[in-house]
Design a protein around this ligand. Sequence first.
Ligand SMILES: Cc1ncc(COP(=O)(O)O)c(C=O)c1O
Length: 511
Amino acid sequence: MQSNIVVPHTVAIQSHHKDGFALSIAECGGEFNFLAKRQYVLSSSDAPVERGSHAHKELWQFMVCLGGEVDLKFEGLGGEFRFTLVPGKEGVLVPPGYWRDISLKPDSVLSVLASELYDEGDYIRDYGQFKEWLAAKGQINSVPFVALDRCHETLKADLSKIFDATVASNELVLGKACREFELRFADFCETEFAIGCGNGLDALTLALRAAGIGENDEVIVPANSFIATALAVSSVGAKPVFVDCLEGTYSIDIGGIESNITPKTRAIIVVHLYGIPADMDPIVALANKHGLFVLEDAAQAHGATYKGKKIGSLGHAAAFSFYPTKNLGALGDGGAVTTDDPVLAERIRKLCNYGSTVKYQHELQGVNSRLDSLQANVLSYKLSLLPDWNERRRQIAAKYHESLGECSDYLDLPQVTKAGEAVWHLFPVLLKGIARQSVIDALAELQVSTGIHYPYTIDKTEAYDSPVSVPVAEKVAEGGISLPMDPYLTDGEIDYVCSALKSVLEQLVGD
Ligand SMILES: Cc1ncc(COP(=O)(O)O)c(C=O)c1O
């Protein structure tokens, strides 16, 4: 996947052949992503015919050859594409914005399905005008922080089918869809078990509760994380002990863990923040030495690896969030715990469903935190796309590293832990000696959206108000800016962000 631009491409159509008879079926919303409002047929008699020579601004089309042979040539935002269609095998899906030349050989028949009724205003019939229209369209003048709308626009037909199938299944909470997703997700994370639940905070909380952590216990957490990491500890009645992070990877500092272990310490939560895997081996060794429970907060790291092993399989348990903008996101809230421990898995399965796995037999005082079937089905489907999305995130991160490397006087770029492979949920840069707000404002002027992850270390939030000395984490909280990161952003958009940031830095440093 290179970008969000959907380009003309062939789509296989189902064909059944028997005794010289062929039945070929293309379903609207199946083989192609729109409901056809219009069909027309182009045919040639005994001489070749050239047609086309126009583009559409909004119209989608699906072209199928019914006889003879048809050569198609398209030119548009995504480049130039050529196809030769023959009957019964495949069609071509043509997005809006493509100039087309259609060559019908003698006795050829081309059927075209269109997403809208005839509208002369949608046509561009002059090639010069088309090139001008294309240049204006292709010009990047704003970049969103995330592009969930593009993802869902691309997947719309499949998501609608999933919605319909879920409604028809009549099994809307837990059930087969959840079991299936849990099996797939456990397989993906290389763990024995995955247990779905309501959200990432619940996943953390359920894992801590199942491990028996509660009143009078201390849990070591990084000060630089989303507040959920600490809230889970507080919600089981234990005390979060905040520790600083390392420069570059922003993962929890093992020296800080060691110096904060007390007789009350029961667990360590390791956050793979921004999708960068933490250096797990020394942490697990230290935890083993002191008999501590290791919980990975993998809410931002679906699919990341450390020494070739999947994040989520490296501690006693791991908590995932499927909040919509996460690398693997549902169409609402969702979460899961992964573990190899059957006892822990069973306890979590009970705890998240009123302390019960058999109806009305409540063995524990549990909660209601269940994954619903719609989210489970969406997640199963999106899981198959996650490796490509993560690869695209890595491409974008590599582009940022390559382009922004020259700004090292003013910016620190994020680093990946040795033997780790990141999945770049976020791409934070750390400003050096330049006021953050001025950079954010100047980028906003250039229509580049940014984020801050996170503006306060957790110990200094109003909710905790128990400041500790975490100088590296504080530096990140004061000077970190997250740049646009999403698998559906184009190379052109990332180039635009890089040149915008460079020009902003030049201007601010010169001021
Ligand atoms: C590091 C981290 N932990 C936990 C969570 C909590 O996940 P949820 O929003 O699904 O409760 C998040 C979500 O943003 C997160 O980023």
